[in-house]
Write a protein that binds this ligand. Structure first.
Ligand code: FMN
Length: 205
């Protein structure tokens, strides 16, 4: 699966089979977090891999009782260490830390999908009990929870905005140039066909 396909076919998965995830898949997913961009390469993320049933249950309870979280064989708790970001970037530090960790989260979700696994970005949780259970030290916060497992549901096609809704040229609100390009979803087939033909021509040169 190429990068664009892994991005386009990723959906939030909220039903999981109980089947275990092989370590090789887990490490591939964790490795993808490693390569995320981060402000000044500070890499402020930290990841706790949770497999313990009791801990997964507690995480689900503290996440507004989103019970499906506990059904996933693995729950990643994505933490961040904003201190160094805040020291280096002062008032921009918090924003840079959040954005860097979000990039790592997205890498995790896309990589899980590329391996045929399902995952969901969970942002609704209360931190206090999680901190205690996971023994988080001062200065480390919980940014996201990601249950990962083999999907046990067919996800709905996602309603995504067309490029023309949010892409402007030169000035906010100017969609002008896009008229022949958008909706891009209708162009993807043509682009892929063009690339295939180009690759074929190169090969036969
Ligand atoms: C910051 C953030 C917080 C989210 N929190 C939750 C959550 O607590 N529970 C949940 O089921 N989905 C959560 N989601 C997933 C979104 O609901 C989902 O990405 C969105 O509906 C689009 O669907 P898709 O992921 O299938 O494209 C969150 C996503 C983000 C980016």
């Amino acid at each position: 699966m190429d990068a664009l396909e892994a991005i386009r076919t990723r959906r939030s998965v909220r039903k999981f089979k109980s089947r275990a995830i092989p370590d090789s898949a887990l490490y591939t997913i964790l490795e993808s977090a490693r390569w995320a961009p981060s402000a000044n390469n500070l890499q402020p993320w930290q990841v706790i891999v949770v497999e313990d049933e009791g801990t997964k249950k507690l995480i689900a309870e503290e996440s507004l009782e989103q019970d499906f979280i506990a059904d996933a064989p693995i729950v990643l708790v994505i933490c961040s260490r904003p201190g160094p970001c805040e020291k280096e970037f002062e008032e921009l530090g918090e924003k840079f830390c959040t954005q860097s960790v979000a990039a790592a989260v997205q890498n995790i979700l896309i990589t899980a999908n590329s391996l045929g696994l399902g995952a969901c970005w969970i942002g609704s949780f209360a931190e206090a009990k999680l901190r205690k259970e996971l023994k988080l030290p001062e200065g480390i916060s919980v940014d996201a929870v990601i249950p990962i497992g083999w999907p046990a549901e067919k996800t709905r096609p996602a309603g995504k905005r067309e490029l023309a809704d949010f892409v402007f040229f030169e000035k906010y609100g100017n969609s002008g140039r896009g008229s022949d390009m958008f909706p891009i979803s209708e162009q993807i087939g043509k682009i892929k066909k063009g690339l295939k033909e180009f690759a074929h021509r190169l090969k036969n040169k």
